[in-house]
Design a protein around this ligand. Structure first.
Ligand code: DNO
Length: 352
């Protein structure tokens, strides 16, 4: 397992020096943030991230994310230009030594929550999703004031309505076709540079606002991997995204796809499933619905050797900053992940 940590670049309040002091830390997970989705990243920006990371004694080998332009997901004729740009980004990142690229194929909205600072019983705050609050929002009505935290703020209300409207004719089947088209273009380029493409599951793993969402569970992941049957077409196993639905047996999925050699990156975090949604909790198994040790055992026993990062943390100890991405609780998560992997590895060695 290669322990990694997400870093939002020079703007991030969490510094590389702090990240480096987390025991076992190896890789930085980052991206070029000053370029709109779909455009080519400059070699200078990539190089700057690489040298800052390496000067701090860490490795620059995981990107999260290279965003997929909406025109690619919508299958518009203009997608050709964006696909070419995507491939060019893969080439440039490959030249800089990147080994793994995380991305998602969610229409319009990336992860969706209804509150980013919900107080938990212990005085910490975390991100939550309550269905009744989502149901009150209709992005097709631009006159409504309701928005959800985490929405891409570069959209105006009208811009958001327009892009949501474009999806009204996109069925799940059509979205699958567009995903296949994307993979058929990018996977050969990734293979040439030996970069693993690692798709992130839809978060949450169900349709929202009537938009199609297709990367949601086992059947869908099987289909995705078979669309282009190449190990470079793989997964970011996001435990929280899959685990917020009881239909997904995350330890089983971890074991299955690790055995197939198709998990390249793991986001480890715990969630508490509720009748009306879910709450993000501390990483520890007993704090939520997921058996984190069973997930890690599933990975270790099936030869997983990819990147792992603690995922969203709560805000604790008075820390303020980017919701989900403070230092303290993610560092606690990393320490816990180290412990789980050490135990699973020793348990496995003892069996041999
Ligand atoms: C949220 C993240 C996601 C993830 C993208 C990957 O905190 O897990 O935004 O980075 O979906 O493309």
């Amino acid at each position: 397992m290669k322990l990694s940590f997400r870093w939002y670049g020079e703007e991030d309040k969490v510094t590389l020096e702090q990240i480096r002091q987390i025991p076992g830390m190896r890789s930085i997970v980052t991206a070029v943030y000053d370029v709109p989705p779909g455009e080519v990243w400059s070699r200078e920006s990539i190089q700057r991230l690489k040298s800052l990371t390496e000067q701090a004694g860490l490795s620059f080998d995981v990107i999260e994310s290279v965003p997929v332009h909406e025109d690619i997901k919508l299958g518009l004729p203009t997608r050709e230009r964006y696909l070419e740009n995507y491939c060019e980004n893969i080439r440039r990142l490959g030249e800089a030594g990147v080994k793994c690229i995380c991305y998602n194929f969610m229409p319009v909205f990336d992860w969706t929550r209804t509150q980013l600072d919900h107080p938990l019983g212990d005085g910490s705050t975390s991100l939550v999703y309550y269905q009744e609050q989502v149901d009150k929002v209709n992005p097709l009505q631009s006159e409504s004031d309701l928005t959800l935290p985490g929405w891409d703020s570069s959209y105006t209300r009208e811009g958001l309505r327009d892009v949501v409207e474009k999806y009204q004719s996109i069925t799940e089947e059509k979205l699958w076709e567009n995903l296949r088209y994307f993979l058929q273009k990018v996977i050969p380029v990734a293979a040439q540079y030996d970069i693993n493409m690692a798709i992130h599951q839809d978060d949450p793993c169900w349709s929202i606002f009537g938009l199609p969402r297709i990367v949601t569970g086992e059947k869908e992941l099987d289909k995705l991997l078979s669309l282009v049957d190449d190990p470079h077409n793989g997964l970011t196993l996001c435990c929280g995204s899959l685990g917020c639905s009881a239909k997904n047996d995350v330890p089983k999925l971890a074991a299955k796809y690790a055995k197939m050699g198709r998990i390249h990156f793991v986001h480890l975090r715990n969630v508490q499933i509720l009748p009306n949604g879910f709450e993000e909790r501390a990483h520890l198994s007993s704090c939520g619905s997921l058996d984190m040790y069973a997930i890690v055992k599933g990975l270790v026993e099936n030869g997983f050797d990819g990147y792992v990062r603690p995922d969203h943390g709560r805000m604790i100890w008075g820390e303020t900053g980017r919701p989900g991405y403070g230092l303290y609780d993610r560092a606690l998560g990393a320490a816990y992940i180290n412990g789980l992997f050490e135990a699973a590895q020793k348990e496995l060695a003892a069996k041999k």
